[in-house]
Design a protein around this ligand. Structure first.
Ligand SMILES: Nc1ncnc2c1ncn2[C@@H]1O[C@H](COP(=O)(O)OP(=O)(O)O)[C@@H](O)[C@H]1O
Ligand SMILES: [Mg+2]
Length: 412
């Protein structure tokens, strides 16, 4: 069930790949490439749509540089989003097309496109846009950054690892060929890799102590994967060993990972301490997993103020997860959500089967299970694919009474 397998056959990047739609562009591009030292190059006939299809189907690593043709394409920005979904974030994209339009040019650059050349292209124009391949510093320049999603919780056992790990799996499986890195920041008892059916090891400690040498080859050797989409980094330290990464080590690691992964999921064992502060500082999105207890309402309030009190606070979603069966004396969902200052984004009911089975076998969640549906809804919310109307939950019911008063009191 646990496979340390690393697929290695497609880890080599092509330096340059071009998709051009007409014979004249093809011959100019080929002529230009003969005079450069760009390394291994591929030229195909077709538009940006062909490129998306090709990259999606072929399953190879993205090229370092990619040139696509938008001639005749009307919804260019949508196609660029589609392209971003099948490429690693570090790819440098160049665009050629038949529209001489300043507005288009500007919006292409805003999307991270390196340059736009109006057809007919010539070898000279290409040289000006792409250089001649000798500017290696430029070739590794980072263009787009993957998104860092920090998952934390109000108490142990609330479902942080289950949500984080299954979210990572969901993001890697949906929408093209997204690359996802799951980092278990619990260095002693992390069970995330196990839950994903991948081997553990101490790679997280290795990379955090070697942040000066984090090149793509080193990361490729170190991160664990089975499908070249979902990768894990975790640790299993001896209990006597201290875990004290250098200040900024996590930030440096996330900056490098951000060039190669669309999503980086941080499984946070606790919301406090230096490493957690660094995780929040680097997060674009935060998910706080909570159960519906008085203790969690109080902790959630403190955590939310802590996260939202940052200068540029990350978008934060509350996930209400019932990791235990409801018992007598438990807080009613309605009372809990009504007492909160923030809406609950996704609510996952108790699911006595799927999460535990998945954890024990290292298997994916059945998509029709309660937990599977919850994770899917969260993934949709984070990627903007779906809308979960969370304010409705907030507005639902206003109770009063002793318990409610205690929950309210948690805020002040
Ligand atoms: N909605 C749920 N229904 C049933 N069991 C759950 C649910 N969420 C989590 N669990 C179970 O609760 C236990 C603790 O979850 P885990 O994700 O390890 O929590 P944490 O990382 O916050 O400590 C696991 O055995 C998991 O399978
Ligand atoms: Mg955990």
């Amino acid at each position: 069930m646990i496979a340390p397998s690393k697929t290695r056959d497609d880890t080599q990047n092509v330096s340059f790949m071009g998709f051009v739609n007409d014979a004249a562009s093809e011959s100019e591009l080929t002529r230009f490439l003969k005079t450069t030292v760009l390394g291994s190059t591929v030229v195909e006939r077709g538009t940006i749509r062909t490129a998306i299809h090709w990259l999606h189907k072929s399953g190879v690593r993205s090229p370092q540089r990619l040139l696509v043709d938008i001639s005749g394409i009307t919804n260019v920005l949508d196609e660029l989003d589609g392209l971003a979904n099948v490429c690693e974030p570090s790819v440098q994209v160049y665009v050629i097309g038949d529209r001489n339009d300043v507005g288009l040019y500007r919006s292409l650059l805003q999307r991270g496109v390196q340059d736009y050349i109006v057809t007919p292209i010539s070898a000279e124009l290409l040289r000006r846009a792409l250089g001649d391949g000798t500017d290696t510093a430029d070739a590794v320049r980072q263009v787009r950054n993957g998104r860092v999603i920090a998952v934390t919780g109000t108490r142990g056992g609330v479902g942080v690892t289950s949500v984080a790990a299954h979210l990572a799996r969901e993001l890697a499986n949906e929408g093209g060929r997204r690359r996802v890195a799951y980092l278990d920041l619990n260095p002693y008892n992390g069970n995330g890799a196990n839950l994903l059916g991948l081997a553990g090891g101490n790679a997280l400690v290795d990379v955090l102590s070697n942040v000066g040498h984090l090149d793509p080859q080193y990361l490729d050797r170190t991160l664990n994967t089975r499908d070249n989409r979902l990768y894990t980094l975790c640790a299993e330290l001896e209990y006597t060993e201290a875990f004290a990464p250098d200040e900024k080590a996590l930030t440096d690691l996330l900056n490098v990972l951000g060039q190669h992964f669309h999503y980086i999921i941080l499984d946070m064992p606790s919301g406090g301490g230096a490493l957690a502060a660094e995780a929040f500082a680097n997060a674009t999105l935060v998910c706080v997993v909570t159960d519906q207890s008085v203790h969690s309402a109080r902790t959630l309030t403190r955590l939310m103020h802590h996260i939202q009190g940052r200068l540029r606070p990350p978008t934060t979603h509350i996930v209400l997860n019932q990791s235990r069966t409801a018992a007598r004396g438990a807080v009613h969902t309605r009372d809990f959500t009504a007492a909160l200052e923030w809406p609950v984004a996704v609510s996952i009911p108790f699911d006595g089967q799927a999460p535990l089975m998945a954890e024990n076998l290292g298997d994916p969640l059945p998509s029709r299970s309660e937990f599977g549906r919850g994770v899917k809804a969260l993934a949709g919310l984070l990627t903007g694919d779906g809308l979960v109307s969370s304010r409705r939950a907030l507005r639902a019911g206003r109770a009063s009474g002793g318990l409610f008063a205690r929950l309210r009191g948690a805020r002040s």
